[in-house]
Structure formats: C-alpha cells, structure tokens
Design a protein around this ligand. Structure first.
Ligand SMILES: C[S@@+](CC[C@H](N)C(=O)[O-])C[C@H]1O[C@@H](n2cnc3c(N)ncnc32)[C@H](O)[C@@H]1O
Length: 224
C-alpha cells in the first residue's frame, strides 16, 4: 500500500511538471545550466520538449495591434522562440524572418509554420552578431527578449517610417515566484520602453497594472 502511494506521488509530480515549463531558477537548479540570454544550450534544453513552452498563440498585444505593421511588409522577429508570433504574422501575409540563438526553437518554429500552412525564414544566430544591412525591414517585433546593447542597431535595421513593436516583462513581474531569481537585466524598468528609443515616435504604449502578467508594450515608428 505504502509503495502504491509513493508511485502515485512520483507520477503526479511528473505530470504536474510536464504540463508547465520549468521556471528558470528551477531549471538551473535541476540541470546546472546557467540561464542567461546568451546561453544557447540553456535555451535549447528549455525548448527540447514536445509541447510549445510559450504556446502556439501569438502575444495578445501583437494580435490586437498587428494592423500597425505595413501591409504584407517584411518583418524581423528578434528572439523568435518557437515561432508563435512569426507564424501568426505569416498567416496575415507578412514576410517574416525569425532569428533565434536556439536551433531547437527555430526547428519548432518551422514545424509550427508547416502546421498552419505558411512559410517563415528561420535563422539560427545570436542577434548580437547577426549582420543585417541598414533599412532592411518594414517592421521589427521583439517579444520577451531584452538586450539593451542592440537598441541603436534595431533602429538602423528599420527603413524610415518602419514600425517597431516591443514587449517584455517589467521588474514588477519578479513578485511571481517563478521569476524571482531571474537576472534583473531580463526585465524592463517601469516606463523604460518609452525612453529606450528617444528618436522614434510613440504610437501606442501600455503598462497595465491590473493584469497578473506585468508587462510593458510599445509601438514605435522610425521617423528619420
Ligand atoms: C523568453 S523567450 C521569447 C520567445 C519569443 N519571442 C516569444 O515571445 O515566444 C526569449 C528568446 O530569446 C532567444 N535568445 C536569447 N538570446 C538570444 C540572442 N543573443 N540572439 C537571438 N535569440 C536569443 C532565446 O533562445 C528565446 O527563444
């Protein structure tokens, strides 16, 4: 009888973890792999499971605002992950290139595109050394990937009049236990997104305090 309870407990715990992606801190603890934004092996390991860690549906802010992007234009998805946003935009007629440091993520993004019957261009590379000529894109999206060393480059990669949609968690998100031990650099400071691209025009900004998910989201236009 005792044995039966022990096995049940192990099974229930295993299923509970299988349904939820591991928080970064627990992932680090179990694997010994340090989670930082540069760490390809850490992201590969995080994505190396059949389910989609961040789901297949696009971010709400993108689904609500994609009409700000130039119709059927070229879009760069920075830190694309498993392609939930890239594939959504491809379905809407955009020509999407998604760049991610994780080859597992890019492979899953291609699978997702196939599932929805669309094409995306997936690139395995680090945004920090991936070469992009100036003015290459009509739009850039960046969801939950913060690298403050790229801000000037992002603006350069856009053509004049181009649109940037950027969203990530703010430091308030650290009240949630699963984010408490993540490096503080992963998070945006309050109102920071409004100051990150001082020469771009702000078309829309949200930093809701009434949602469980503390995020900041912005839509900007390159005017010069
Ligand atoms: C929190 S996930 C967000 C994924 C996706 N944007 C989304 O919202 O579903 C952050 C992503 O950034 C990628 N990443 C981290 N560092 C990177 C780098 N230097 N260059 C490109 N991608 C990177 C990771 O592999 C991961 O897929």
């Amino acid at each position: 009888m005792r044995k039966y309870f022990v096995y049940s407990f192990i099974l229930i715990s295993a299923f509970a973890h299988a349904r939820q992606p591991l928080p970064a801190s627990r992932f680090e603890h179990l694997t010994g792999i340090k989670m930082n934004s540069e760490s390809k092996s850490a992201w590969d390991a995080k994505y190396n499971r059949p389910n989609f860690v961040f789901g297949k549906r696009p971010a709400d802010f993108l689904a609500e605002n994609y009409h700000y992007l130039p119709f059927e234009g070229t879009v760069l998805d920075m830190g694309m992950g498993e392609g939930r946003n890239a594939v959504f935009l491809a379905q809407k007629g955009f020509k999407v290139t998604g760049v991610d440091i994780s080859s597992v993520a890019v492979k899953k993004a291609h699978l997702l595109a196939k599932e929805y019957g669309v094409k995306i261009k997936g690139v395995v590379a680090s945004m920090t050394d991936y070469k992009i000529p100036a003015g290459s894109y009509d739009a850039i999206i960046c969801f939950y990937y913060v690298d403050r060393t790229l801000l000037e480059k992002i603006k350069t990669w856009l053509r004049p009049g181009g649109i940037l949609i950027y969203e990530s968690h703010t430091t308030r998100q650290r009240i949630h236990p699963s984010h408490r031990h993540d490096p503080v650099d992963f998070f945006l400071k309050e109102q920071e997104l409004l100051k990150m691209f001082p020469t771009m025009r702000v078309l829309k900004y949200e930093e809701p305090l009434h949602e469980k998910n503390f995020r900041a989201s912005v839509i900007l236009q390159k005017t010069q």
